[in-house]
Design a protein around this ligand. Structure first.
Ligand SMILES: [Zn+2]
Length: 265
C-alpha cells in the first residue's frame, strides 16, 4: 500500500496518457493518489478524474498564484487562469460540505513568485480556505514556498489540526518543532535522494508525521524527467534505508498516516 498525497495528474503533460500513468501506479502498489486542484479548471478535472478512477482521491484548492489572478501584473511570467476567487471559494465549500473531496488543497502562501505587497491578500485567501476545511472537518494540503515560518504561524494561530505540509523547504528544525507541537504531517517528494533537506525530514521527523507525495509532473527523482505517482515507491525504499526499517514497515507507517490524515473522523 503506497500513497501519493500530492499529484497534479490533470496537468497538460498527462493529457495523452493519464490512464497509463495511473495503471503504472496501481501496478507498483500505489493504492491512493490525492489529486490536488489549483483553480477552477483543474478543480473540476480532479473531480472528473476521481469519478473515473477509484484510486484517485480529489482535493480542491486555490493555489497562491491563482488566488492572486485578479491582481497580478500584466508581465507576470506564467500563464494564470482568470476567475472570480469568491465564486471558486463557494464551489469548494459546497463540495467540501458534500464530502466529495478528501482534503482542501493545494492552498497556501508563496513568497518566491510574489512580493510582500501581496501577502495580506494571500493570507486572507489562505484563512478563508482553512475555514472551509475546518467547517467540513477536512485536512488541508499546504504549499509554503519562501513563507515557511509565516505559514506555520498562521496555521497555529488558526488552530488548524489536520495539516499536510507539502514539499516543505524551510529549516528541518522548524518542521520538527511543528510536527512535535501540533502533529502536523509533512509529505516528502520523490526527489528526496537528491535533496538533503527532504532526506533530513525523512530521517528526523516523528514517524507518525511522515507522508509521501510526488507533486507530479514536477520534482521527479531524475531532474528534468516527468514525475509520476509510481515514484513514491522509491521514497519509501529510501525512508526504510534511512531508518533501518524494512520496506514493509516504512510502507505501513506512511499508509496508516495517510488513513488518519485523510479519512473522515
Ligand atoms: Zn503542487
Amino acid at each position: 500500500m503506497y500513497v501519493d498525497v500530492h499529484a497534479h495528474l490533470t496537468h497538460e503533460r498527462f493529457l495523452s496518457d493519464v490512464d497509463e500513468v495511473i495503471k503504472r501506479a496501481e501496478a507498483a502498489g500505489v493504492t491512493a493518489i490525492v489529486e490536488n486542484g489549483l483553480e477552477p479548471q483543474s478543480n473540476r478535472r480532479a473531480l472528473a478524474l476521481a469519478a473515473r478512477h477509484a484510486i484517485v482521491k480529489p482535493a480542491l484548492g486555490i493555489y497562491p498564484t491563482d488566488g492572486l489572478n485578479e491582481h497580478l501584473p500584466l508581465d507576470f511570467p506564467h500563464k494564470v487562469a482568470h476567475f472570480k476567487v469568491d465564486d471558486e471559494l463557494a464551489f469548494i465549500r459546497e463540495q467540501a460540505l458534500a464530502h466529495t473531496i478528501v482534503a482542501v488543497g493545494e492552498i497556501g502562501l508563496d513568497g518566491y513568485w510574489h512580493g510582500p505587497e501581496t501577502f495580506a491578500l494571500q493570507e486572507k485567501l489562505f484563512v478563508a480556505l482553512l475555514s472551509i476545511a475546518k467547517e467540513a472537518e477536512l485536512p488541508v494540503i499546504v504549499h509554503c514556498r519562501k513563507c515557511e515560518a509565516r505559514t506555520l504561524e498562521i496555521l497555529a494561530d488558526f488552530g488548524a489540526t489536520k495539516v499536510i505540509l507539502h514539499c516543505f523547504g524551510g529549516r528541518v528544525a522548524l518542521a520538527k518543532k511543528a510536527a512535535e507541537a501540533h502533529g502536523w504531517r509533512f509529505s516528502i517528494p520523490a526527489n528526496a535522494r537528491v535533496n538533503p533537506g527532504f532526506a533530513h525530514l525523512l530521517a528526523e521527523l516523528p514517524p507518525e508525521c511522515l507522508l509521501t507525495e510526488t507533486d507530479s509532473p514536477y520534482l521527479g527523482p531524475v531532474r528534468g524527467e516527468r514525475n509520476e505517482p509510481a515514484n513514491v515507491v522509491g521514497t519509501i525504499a529510501f525512508l526504510a534505508e534511512l531508518r533501518g526499517w524494512s520496506v514493509e514497515r516504512a510502507q505501513e507507517v506512511v499508509w496508516q498516516n495517510y488513513l488518519s490524515a485523510c479519512r473522515p473522523s
